[in-house]
Design a protein around this ligand. Structure first.
Ligand code: FES
Ligand code: FE2
Length: 380
């Protein structure tokens, strides 16, 4: 067992950080971080099955809250996502009184789960006491930035005092009436969320993977920039030259233009905002939030906001532009091994300064993993 002072932090650490235990510790620790699971608009009056961190969950609107549970009825293991929501305002068909709260109803034998995960009705034994064990765990769920976010573990204070590792991402642009905000189609890649984030903040690949769209192989040099890091964010500004494109309101598509600095902000652990100032005071924002379906599969939710060409008929061109870029990134990112980011910085070769943001990102994740391993070994 080691003390915190001897903690093997990335870049300062022994070789053992790059191992399955380090990556598993990171995944385990991030169960206490909010993860996006669907767009708010996808969650209607029907329960929705989702995958998160290798588990199958069900999310449902119960009254005025969003609830997330394991997708597993405690009675016979049926998927609750096959059931429905009972508003709880009417008596049941057998005449038993209304539950008085919205419930998720299992489709097999009709057990009704309330917002806390307790069974409120067992139709086959109407009138008898409901066993205390007739309940399922309820995870924390909330809506933010048009997404549903779930917390799988509350932290040391338990569900009475949940303490997420990081706050939900700040987004001052959200709801700004001068911007048109649209979703970019959600997509799944066979990579870890950390690899997905690194790809998003890695600008030195633009000339190679996005030649003619975002970069130019004749000009591969990365501009100098400063990476700033806090306990919850990593940010930097970078001024790139890029081909003009109509989706950014440019007038001479294809011609090179030197952009003003674009601000990248990583909201730890797995969301990023790209905020780009364009000519004539125009603004282009891309917000992405990555979610681990499992340790090696990632779902990415994306919003795009723009202050120009506001007519909805321009949305398709913009979405197609993003699709083109993503289709180029996907095979590269999915080919990376190991699929998870090595928690030991020395495991891959980094080039200062183009890789500075990803070095900082790994430093953060490495600290989380190291702390989790210490906690684990202290409790053994
Ligand atoms: S399996 Fe769900 S009520 Fe029986
Ligand atoms: Fe890319």
């Amino acid at each position: 067992m080691s003390s915190l002072g001897e903690a093997a932090l990335p870049g300062e650490a022994g070789p053992n950080d790059l191992d399955a235990a380090g990556e598993a510790a990171l995944d385990q620790a991030l169960r206490s971080a909010w993860m996006p699971v669907c767009q708010s608009g996808e969650l209607t009056d029907r329960p929705l099955p989702i995958r998160l961190a290798g588990e199958t969950l069900v999310v449902a609107r119960l009254g005025d809250t969003v609830a997330a549970f394991p997708d597993l009825c405690v009675h016979r293991g049926t998927a609750l996502s096959l059931g429905w929501v009972d508003p709880g305002t009417s008596p049941a068909p057998d005449g038993s009184p209304a539950t008085g709260e919205a419930c998720l109803v299992c489709p097999y034998h009709g057990w009704s789960y309330g917002q806390s995960g307790e069974v409120k009705r067992i139709p086959a034994v109407h009138g008898r006491a409901i066993p205390r064990r007739a309940r399922i765990e309820r995870y924390a769920a909330t809506e933010h930035l048009g997404l549903v976010w779930v917390l799988l573990e509350p932290g040391p204070g338990g569900w009475e005092h949940p303490a997420p590792l990081y706050p939900l991402p700040e987004a001052p642009w959200w709801g700004d009436p001068s911007l048109r905000t649209i979703p970019i189609t959600t997509y799944d890649w066979k990579c870890s969320p950390a690899r997905r984030i690194e790809n998003f903040i890695d600008f030195s690949h633009f000339p190679w993977v996005h030649e003619g769209i975002l970069g130019d192989r004749a000009k591969p040099l990365s501009p100098d920039h400063v990476v700033e890091s806090s306990e919850t964010t990593i940010s930097f500004q970078i001024a790139l030259e890029e081909p003009q494109t109509s989706v950014k309101g440019d007038v001479a598509p294809g011609a090179k233009v030197q952009r003003d600095p674009t601000t990248y902000t990583v909201h730890l652990p797995y969301s990023v905002t790209l905020d780009q100032q364009l000519p004539e005071g125009n603004r282009f924002v891309l917000f992405m939030a990555a979610s681990p379906l499992s340790s090696k599969e990632t779902r990415t939710f994306t919003w795009n906001a723009r202050s120009y060409r506001l007519d909805p008929s321009n949305d398709t061109e913009l979405a197609d532009f993003q699709r083109l870029i993503l289709d180029q990134d996907q095979p590269i990112t999915e080919s990376q091994r190991p699929e998870a980011l090595p928690v030991d910085l020395s495991a891959e070769l980094h080039i200062a300064w183009p890789d500075q943001a990803s070095i900082e990102f790994r430093r953060h994740l490495g600290k989380v993993a190291a702390r989790a391993r210490l906690t684990e070994s202290a409790s053994e």
